[in-house]
Design a protein around this ligand. Structure first.
Ligand SMILES: NC(=O)c1ccc[n+]([C@@H]2O[C@H](COP(=O)([O-])OP(=O)(O)OC[C@H]3O[C@@H](n4cnc5c(N)ncnc54)[C@H](O)[C@@H]3O)[C@@H](O)[C@H]2O)c1
Length: 283
């Protein structure tokens, strides 16, 4: 361990169970010397196993539904009391689409579900930053990170309305990030993570095929939840003070690939399974 976050205080949203990316971030932040408050929606506290994480990291859990401004205000006020002052880092690790859950195709959305998913997954980031900004709750050179996915830029058909939610989330990171950086010297960034086998990730239709494809396309392979936690910590640390308003790809190189030899090979095999690829053909 490097004591990267020694003396720092943070709030971590979204640890549901040990597969959650936020769970790994909380474990690593604790190992690196931070004091943290954990939070999740009241229903997730009942269904998940967050109390184990709280015990393991010596932290308190404060319930907050990210769609409720009152819950967020209470969370921020109580966190400052518990942690003994202003906050140094915040992780927004929240995502949910009712259309995905109900199996509604992108072309046949229930717009009430669309609004709900947007409220939880995207507008919640604006709401959270608004509470932190208005309460002047962040220390100078603090850091706010939200997790996102590349479907914000490119088409992944089964990612459904979450693609639009992530595009909005990334835009909010830039727009609010400008004011947070200018007025409070606080960084705001999004990390665009590889597909990862968690509860939210596995909810996407055809996830197994999707993750296997990304693995074959990425020269370094998919990034794991733990690797994402390590990268997140670097953004919480003092080593990245001037990184702000960025959408940072953490995906083993996937986002800059056109095609990989591994994917090409898979197609050659499908096209002509009997015939081995000849040397001349390869050239
Ligand atoms: N798993 C992947 O493949 C992947 C890839 C890229 C980005 N992400 C993003 O990472 C983040 C974390 O997801 P994860 O993969 O760890 O899955 P996860 O299911 O473990 O985490 C999602 C969290 O959102 C919380 N949440 C839902 N509604 C909420 C509400 N109203 N208020 C507060 N919290 C609420 C859930 O309780 C849960 O803890 C999400 O933003 C997700 O979109 C995931």
């Amino acid at each position: 361990m490097y004591n990267l976050l020694k003396g720092k205080k943070g709030i971590i949203f979204g640890a549901l169970d040990s597969k959650s990316i936020a769970w790994k971030v909380a474990e690593r932040a604790h190992e690196e010397g931070a004091k943290i408050v954990l939070t999740n929606a009241p229903v997730a506290l009942r269904l998940g196993t967050i109390s184990e994480l709280a015990e393991q990291t010596g932290s308190q859990v404060i319930p907050a539904d990210a769609t409720s401004i009152m819950d967020l205000e209470h969370l921020v006020d109580e966190s400052m009391k518990l942690l003994g002052g202003k906050i140094d880092f915040v992780l927004h690790s929240i995502g949910m689409s009712v259309n995905v859950r109900r199996g509604n195709h992108y072309t046949h959305q229930d717009y009430n579900f669309t609004k709900k998913g947007w409220d939880v997954s995207a507008l919640s980031f604006h709401r959270l930053m608004s509470v932190l900004y208005q309460r002047d709750a962040m220390n100078e050179w603090g850091s706010i990170v939200a997790l996102t996915y590349m479907a914000a830029q490119r088409v992944f058909p089964d990612y459904n309305d979450m693609a639009d939610n992530k595009a909005y989330l990334e835009s909010v990171a830039r727009s609010f990030g400008y004011f947070f950086s200018r007025d409070k010297k606080v960084r705001v960034n999004t990390i665009s993570q590889s597909p990862t086998p968690t509860t939210a990730g596995s909810g996407v239709k055809g996830f197994d095929g999707f993750i296997a494809y990304a693995e074959k396309m990425s020269p370094l392979g998919n990034a794991t939840a733990l690797e994402c936690a390590d990268y997140t910590l670097s953004l919480f640390s003092d080593l990245t003070k001037k990184v702000t308003l960025q959408n940072l790809f953490h995906d083993g190189g996937f986002s800059n690939m056109g095609v990989s030899t591994a994917v090409m090979d898979a197609f050659m095999e499908t096209e002509n399974p009997e015939e081995p690829v000849k040397e001349e053909k390869k050239k």
